[in-house]
Write a protein that binds this ligand. Structure first.
Ligand code: SF4
Ligand code: SF4
Length: 174
């Protein structure tokens, strides 16, 4: 009996403390943990699908008055880490990191947010601002888009319609 106690003590001394060192040291985090949300503004088309499906109502899009784009906010305190935003995002511009550290002082609660500016593109024909059509979106729709398709999608919807009508008219006269 005494011997077995010594054996346990010896093993414990040999192995050292087994408690988690956090917050004073690094802790183990599973690689696929669904943690804080992050946004890639270059891939975002500003479609708003993520905000529509957000279970926690944690996503807010605010259009800038000058029409240059929109501010994209994700409130970490409201996020439920459900992953719906990433699942439904057509370009996977929104995703989750494995960072789960959300502890903060109460007075900092409104600072716990992700913020990105989603800049709109300008139509090369009429200079109208419009939501971006990033490569990721064209790839999603067409696989490998041709140069002609990329040129068409750089136009605003109105110029795109006019171009399509001109091309259609040219075909009729041929
Ligand atoms: S993150 Fe994705 S779903 Fe959300 S607005 Fe951007 S492209 Fe749309
Ligand atoms: S993980 Fe869920 S709750 Fe969090 S921002 Fe995405 S959709 Fe909203």
């Amino acid at each position: 009996m005494v011997l077995s106690i010594f054996k346990v003590l010896w093993n414990n001394l040999r192995q050292g403390p087994s408690t988690d060192p956090f917050p004073f040291g690094e802790t183990f985090t599973p690689a696929r943990l669904r943690g804080k949300v992050t946004i890639d503004p270059d891939s975002c088309v500003g479609c708003g699908v993520c905000a529509t499906v957000c279970a926690g109502n944690a996503i807010k899009h605010v259009e800038r008055e000058d029409g240059s784009g929109k501010d994209f906010y994700v409130w970490h305190n409201t996020c439920t880490f459900c992953g719906m935003c990433h699942h439904y995002c057509p370009t996977k511009a929104i995703s989750q990191t494995n960072n789960w550290s959300t502890a903060h002082r109460n007075e900092d609660k409104y600072k716990k947010k992700e913020h990105e500016f989603i800049a709109y593109a300008r139509c090369p024909e009429c200079d109208q601002t419009m939501p971006n059509m990033p490569h990721a979106m064209l790839d999603h729709i067409y696989g490998t888009p041709t140069e002609e398709l990329e040129n068409i999608y750089s136009l605003c919807p109105e110029c795109r319609r006019q171009k399509a009508a001109q091309q259609f008219g040219a075909h009729i006269h041929d």
